[in-house]
Design a protein around this ligand. Structure first.
Ligand SMILES: Cc1cc2nc3c(=O)[nH]c(=O)nc-3n(C[C@H](O)[C@H](O)[C@H](O)COP(=O)(O)OP(=O)(O)OC[C@H]3O[C@@H](n4cnc5c(N)ncnc54)[C@H](O)[C@@H]3O)c2cc1C
Ligand SMILES: NC(=O)c1ccc[n+]([C@@H]2O[C@H](COP(=O)([O-])OP(=O)(O)OC[C@H]3O[C@@H](n4cnc5c(N)ncnc54)[C@H](O)[C@@H]3O)[C@@H](O)[C@H]2O)c1
Length: 462
């Protein structure tokens, strides 16, 4: 049977672009890709990249406060110009979008600027009505932000909206306590918006190490975010130009903008997947095996649409592994067992890899090496900001099972710790590493005595 292409990719985001480019340029496959919106997807256009640039923009007050502590009494951030920043931001995103498109074109990938859906195991239909056949189809359509199912939810915004606002809200509510809620609360607060964050739990960032969560919760409050724990909105209503919000505790307040940061869901509606036998989970995620293959052998899926670990480097690695396996005769699986991540806030970020203390203790036996301290950098400047370095060590193998860092640039630090931990480094090897002094991260190689020992699993968990 002959096909128009060897591979048709649906979705030009992190996973789809990488798979298409590698299949075409390194393995000589005939590849086409459909993208319904902008090339680059969530990470480049409405996620990691604009978010991180906004984190940098929002750091000015923290930096100027530190400068005052270091003998620059007049250091002030001054007024922030959203129009200036926004114009520059969009020039940069346009440049990146062009670079992604050029990379694919150079690799020989044919691009269709349309929405695509599946017709059968080897055929996709584009929004212009044309149909294309392919030996393999890769679904890499990502996810979409989810609002809460409450009356008036249509008055609320989602993360995509932050990057295209014509002006910054004077007073904003962010609903949620996950990655996006914490990063957005930090950004808006840092840019001068009066920011309220409502989270239903008792410490933000569920799933992260408990101590890190508590430090992040305190940091958000200390930075000026009005973080309200144990609170959920029940209804939104129009209140003139503003949005009125009713909460569970029967309180009511008005905001210029309300952002739902309440999770994302795989974007599989109306793709025709179930009709052709592709298995879906209740939340719409495509079911795949360890090779990212669906129940239909010619159809594969990578990235957020599979709801495994929803991070850009994971989508990229899954897409790359798929292309090498299918077109390069180099079978490679993505290993999801050790993936580092970071939450980008100021002054400290939270970086993590591997088991949290709570997960490790439940498995036992483990030793925990942890230190929380005021580093000389913030102490000298007169700030009360505390950092944390933590290693979780298996008592049987001496392997470092987890590392948690709450510190300035923790994203950068955890990236380096992740190399050693992915290589299977032991605590003895961490200890054998000579410190770099004076740094905060030297604590990772100088903690000699366990802070807590959990040798009896029953006692530890009981
Ligand atoms: C605000 C925010 C901040 C983030 N920050 C980080 C971070 O700092 N670090 C990190 O690692 N991750 C971050 N993420 C997560 C990261 O962006 C995603 O994990 C990553 O983009 C997933 O890549 P993907 O290829 O699966 O999907 P996407 O990048 O979402 O790409 C899917 C593409 O498919 C297109 N598409 C969808 N349906 C169709 C269709 N039917 N036909 C044609 N095209 C279609 C979409 O338009 C989109 O371009 C962030 C996410 C958000 C929302
Ligand atoms: N720095 C990063 O790497 C980064 C940044 C942003 C996003 N991301 C990725 O994007 C994904 C989506 O981010 P997110 O912050 O939207 O999701 P999330 O899963 O991290 O957080 C969702 C939040 O919404 C709350 N929530 C969910 N349902 C609720 C309900 N019914 N009532 C009240 N609260 C509710 C949850 O308690 C949680 O605090 C992340 O999981 C992550 O994989 C990564």
């Amino acid at each position: 049977m002959s096909f128009d292409y060897d591979l048709f990719v649906i979705g030009g985001g992190s996973g789809g672009v990488r798979a298409a480019r590698i299949a075409a340029s390194q393995h000589g496959a005939r590849v086409a890709l459909a993208e319904e919106s902008r090339m680059g997807g969530t990470c480049v256009i409405r996620g990691c990249v604009p978010k991180k640039l906004m984190v940098f923009a929002s750091s000015a007050h923290v930096l100027s406060a530190e400068a005052r502590g270091y003998g620059w009494p007049e250091a002030q951030a001054g007024a922030f110009s959203w129009p200036d920043f926004s114009e520059k931001l969009h020039v940069e995103l346009d440049r990146l979008e062009r670079a992604y498109t050029a990379g694919l074109t150079k690799a020989g990938v044919e691009i269709f600027p349309h929405r695509a859906r599946l017709v059968d195991a080897h055929t996709v239909e584009l929004a212009d009505g044309s149909r294309k056949s392919a030996k393999h189809i890769l679904v890499a359509v990502g996810g979409r932000p989810q609002k809460l199912d409450i009356p008036g939810a249509e008055l609320g915004l989602i993360s995509d909206d932050l990057f295209v606002m014509s002006e910054l809200p004077r007073r904003a509510l962010i609903i949620g306590g996950g990655f996006i809620a914490c990063e957005f609360a930090g950004i808006l607060n840092g840019l001068g918006t009066d920011t309220v964050q409502a989270y239903r739990g008792n410490a933000v960032l569920r799933g992260f190490d408990r101590e890190g969560r508590e430090l992040m919760t305190r940091q958000l409050m200390a930075a000026g975010v009005d973080l309200r724990l144990g609170l959920t909105p029940t209804r939104l209503e129009k209140q003139g130009e503003r949005v009125g919000v009713h909460f569970e505790d029967e309180s009511h307040e008005a905001f210029d903008a309300v952002f739902f940061a309440t999770g994302r869901a795989p974007y599989t509606g109306d793709l025709g997947l179930a009709d052709i036998g592709v298995g879906l989970q209740p939340n719409g995620a495509i079911e795949v095996d360890e090779w990212s293959q669906t129940a239909v052998p010619s159809i594969f899926a990578v990235g957020d649409v599979t709801d495994r670990i929803n991070l850009t480097p994971v989508a990229i690695r899954e897409g790359h592994s798929f292309a090498d396996t299918i077109f390069g005769r180099q079978p490679r699986k993505m290993d999801h067992s050790l993936v580092a991540s970071a939450v980008y806030t100021r002054p400290n970020e939270l970086g993590a890899i591997g088991l949290t203390e709570e997960e490790a203790v439940a498995r036992g036996p483990v030793d925990v090496y942890a230190t929380t301290f005021r580093p000389m950098r913030s102490a000298f400047a007169g700030s009360d900001s505390h950092v944390m370095m933590k290693l979780i060590v298996c008592c049987t193998t001496d392997k470092v099972l987890g590392c948690h860092i709450f510190a300035p640039e923790a994203g950068e630090l955890i990236q380096l710790a992740a190399i050693a931990i992915t290589m299977g480094a032991t605590k003895e090897q961490f200890d054998a590493t000579v410190a770099v002094h004076p740094t905060m991260a030297e604590e990772l190689v100088t903690m000699r005595q366990p802070t807590r020992r959990f040798h009896d699993k029953a006692a530890a968990t009981g």
